[in-house]
Ligand binder design. Structure first.
Ligand code: MCN
Length: 786
């Protein structure tokens, strides 16, 4: 360890596993979550939801609700329509009903809202509303949605003639056809990534507070992207942005669930404007599980064109995604299928083509950016299941098959088959570290031996690089607009500082890690830097925290703001030391004279001078704002390897080992990174075998509570072994890449591949998620794909 690294650790800078400063208040119950916020005169709102998945609304009678003392207002779709608010635009260029007018299109859809003196009266009010529904046949899967003569779900949309939300394609169709014509072998597989739900511990909520005398609207709101919500609210409420303040208080997890704008937010805002008093809406668990953005629900037919020596010549992917009734905030991007075409980015594949179709069904809006999605999660799962099936078809070792096809370390920058530009990585090394950790060769021998004894051992590999850091404006813009972030750093005269960014942590630890970046850049102890996020009146503009974009974009802005402060400090140091700036050298926290290193001033002394002894002509104060416009996405890489033993009598598995090798470039805080990876792997494992949502034939959501929708506890969670490889990001100011989603994205395929590998002897090619013991048992005993 060199002395700079030791100094960094001493000040809590880069590479220090500094304890999370925010945890102190969370652990002591001192966090300030939305439900902790109480405003004078505050009323409470409750939502009446549709019990049916598809029905025409014949009438809504609110008279009995109004008769309840304490009920102040009942809002229906019809009333919203008089203010042009019955529908709202979505980030996916579609529309979504705020409150239903003519029809309900999924079970749990918002039909009316009651505002009352307390939440219980508001609930009573909802129960007193009488809605006369005329049931319509529900459509609960894409097959039904696409069937001839299927009822039209989105008859509200002009020119909508069927249940297709979009048809889209990307890639080189002709080149791919040619590659398939030259193939020695074509490997095919059909897969489904089931519906899942982000389920943060804290559900969503808002408190709108419209002040008539100042015309200012303050909204406390559970948002991962407060500035974006401010823009949306400005459009919806027809108020200028400077009259809107969004405060996203402490968030009890987000996982993508708190990116969209939900009807509850909109109605609470309108109610506050109408009643001129604060209106609070706190979503309950069932409301959250039944109606807010679901993730996944994509079907794939995948094909790989292969040469006998194992080289992939071409990829064909054909997907159908189920978006539910509204193509809501699924993958907010100009690409209809999000970033599904990031598949095969780590492999050197010359040709690829993807055709994607999205359909409407009578389910709650799907495809939300659930850690990570933008369809990247599905893309990597499909990729790694296709890769394993192809290796099996070729009779080739699955690790070797990957090595043969990986982009090599000296092949960067690399253009992926669908057009992205990756810039760095050591894919082979990561895989080697993972295989060594798991004892690959030895495990294969044990597996052979076990099979002779009738025991089923399996090993699954998943390797992937994914585009993290939504916001590259120059290389491949995602939203069709420029995306950037900013940070504002104010160093006080004592050398203590406050840093604000437009990101919004939901548990990722920004309060800790952003201070570490400042410590690294300026040599201030990280404990002397306070970090604030989430208030649009004080934080500089930012596009929010999702797609693991905070480190790649906001984190970069933090470094750039600190560098501006350092540049000004150099002028102050030159003044204090009475030398020219060119004669100064910088070391962590101190400028010194090159020819006389003992003569120096600390960054704190510069800060004091900025407010008390600045040179003539230099603006007083020591603060800076930096906007960071990233040149590209960051491309972390990961290799996950899982080993299992399956009981052939029951189909129950035991995870023997789960190894993760992540390369997210330079790690700001290794402990936080490890926490992200462990949390991500747990979510991945759970998505593969317990965390799934289904619907019955009537469109009822099966899984609207935690008895039916199972989140993993410590009991179900396997142990993990983590390793790291560091390939700095060439264009990020501190060499970091995003990491928050990697393990969730790459983890599921490692587990599923391991189970399929274990039962592979029984000629089973696929077990669809959720991989449940009965499915595994059926696959083993009936030698079939399930
Ligand atoms: N980090 C680091 N070194 C790196 C990369 C990251 O020390 N090379 C640190 C960061 O400074 C940050 C954390 O790791 O403290 C995650 O950083 P990053 O990968 O930039 O991801 P974001 O902060 O943008 O978080 C978003 C990502 C996403 S998209 C989801 S969804 C998600 C996730 O993070 N939701 C979470 N992790 C979560 N963790 C918690 N506890 N709660 C959620 O809701």
């Amino acid at each position: 360890v060199d002395s700079r690294a030791l100094d960094e650790i001493k000040i809590g800078g880069m590479g220090a596993s500094r304890r999370r400063v925010e945890d102190d208040r969370f652990i002591r119950g001192k966090g300030n979550y939305i439900d902790d916020v109480v405003l004078p005169g505050m009323l409470h709102m409750e939502i009446l939801r549709s019990p049916l998945a598809h029905a025409r609304i014949k009438s809504i009678d609110t008279s009995k609700a109004y008769a309840i003392p304490g009920v102040r207002l009942v809002l229906t779709g019809e009333m919203m329509a008089t203010r042009n608010l019955a529908w709202m635009p979505t980030l996916s260029y579609d529309t979504q009903a705020v409150l239903a007018t003519d029809k309900v299109r999924f079970q749990g859809q918002e039909v009316a809202c009651v505002i009352a003196d307390d939440p219980y009266l508001a609930k009573d009010g909802c129960e007193a509303i009488v809605v006369d529904y005329e049931p319509l046949p529900p459509i609960v899967n894409p097959e039904q949605a696409l069937a001839e003569g299927s009822p039209l779900i989105r008859d509200d949309k002009e020119n909508q003639r069927d249940n297709v939300a979009f048809d889209w394609e990307v890639g080189d169709r002709d080149g791919t056809d040619r590659a398939f014509a030259q193939a020695d072998l074509v490997s095919e597989i059909d897969l489904h990534y089931p519906r899942s739900h982000p389920s943060p511990l804290e559900c969503c909520g808002s408190i709108a507070d419209f002040n008539r005398s100042t015309s200012k609207l303050t909204v406390y709101l559970t948002s991962q992207a407060p500035h974006i919500v401010r823009a949306a609210v400005s459009l919806i409420a027809e108020l200028p942005e400077h009259m809107i303040r969004i405060i996203s208080p402490d968030l009890g997890g987000g996982f993508g669930n708190k990116v969209p704008v939900y009807p509850g937010y909109v109605v609470s805002i309108l109610a506050s404007i109408l009643l001129e008093t604060p209106v609070k809406w706190i979503e309950d668990r069932s409301g959250n599980l039944i109606s807010t953005g679901f993730g996944r629900d994509v079907y794939l037919h995948g094909e790989l064109a292969l040469r006998k020596d194992g080289r992939i010549l071409g990829v064909r992917m054909n997907t159908v995604s189920d978006h539910g009734a509204f193509f809501a905030d699924a993958q907010p991007s100009k690409f209809k299928i999000g970033l599904m075409h990031s598949a095969f980015a780590c492999y050197d594949v010359p040709y690829a083509h993807l055709s994607a179709r999205g359909v409407y069904t009578n389910k709650a809006p799907g495809g939300v950016a659930y850690r990570c999605s933008f369809r990247v999660t599905e893309a990597m799962f499909f990729q790694e299941r296709m890769v394993q099936a192809a290796a099996d078809d070729l009779g080739m070792d699955q690790a070797e098959f990957r090595r043969v096809n990986f982009v090599r370390d000296d092949d960067f920058p690399h253009r992926t088959p669908y057009g992205f530009l990756t810039d760095s990585g050591q894919y082979g090394k990561c895989l080697d570290v993972a295989l060594e950790a798991v004892g690959y060769e030895d495990f294969l021998r044990q597996q052979q031996q076990a099979r002779q004894e009738g025991r089923l051992l399996g090993i699954g590999i998943s390797t992937m690089t994914e585009p993290l850091g939504a916001g590259n404006s120059r290389e491949y813009d995602i939203l069709g607009i420029k995306m950037f972030d900013s940070a504002e750093l104010r160093v006080h005269m004592t050398g203590r500082a406050i840093l604000r960014t437009g990101a919004r942590t939901q548990g990722q630890g920004h309060e800790t890690t952003w201070a570490q970046i400042v410590a690294h850049e300026l040599g201030l102890p990280s404990a002397d830097v306070v970090v604030e996020e989430g208030d649009t009146d004080t934080a500089p503009f930012g596009m929010g925290t999702y797609a693991s974009r905070s480190t790649p974009v906001a984190g970069a802005a933090v470094a750039m703001a600190a560098r501006k402060v350092r540049a000004k400090s150099r002028k102050l140091a030159a003044h204090l030391l009475e030398v020219s700036e060119e004669d100064l050298e910088w070391e962590l926290g101190r400028f010194y004279v090159r020819s006389a290193p003992e003569r120096g001033v600390s960054i704190q002394e510069c800060a004091m001078a900025a407010y008390s002894n600045m040179p003539d002509g230099l603006e007083p104060g020591l603060e800076a704002t930096a906007f960071y416009d990233p040149p590209n996405l960051t491309w972390p890489f990961a290799a996950y390897v899982c080993t299992v033993e399956i009981d052939p009598q029951t189909g129950v598995w035991d995870v023997l080992n789960f190894v993760a090798v992540d390369d997210c470039g330079v790690r700001i805080n290794p402990m936080i990174v490890e926490g992200q990876i462990m949390g991500g792997l747990t979510e991945a494992y759970a998505m593969a075998n317990m965390q799934f949502i289904t619907f019955d034939s009537e469109g009822n959501c099966v899984g609207s509570n935690f008895m039916d929708y199972l989140l993993p506890t410590a009991w179900e969670t396997p142990g993990y072994e983590l390793h790291e490889v560091v390939t700095p990001c060439p264009h990020h100011p501190i060499g970091a890449k995003g990491v928050g989603e990697c393990a969730t994205v790459g983890g599921p395929a490692a587990f599923v591949n391991a189970v399929v590998n274990a039962v592979g002897e029984a000629q089973v090619r696929n077990i669809d998620m959720p991989v449940l013991p009965d499915r595994v048992y059926q696959a083993i005993t009936q030698r079939c794909n399930v």
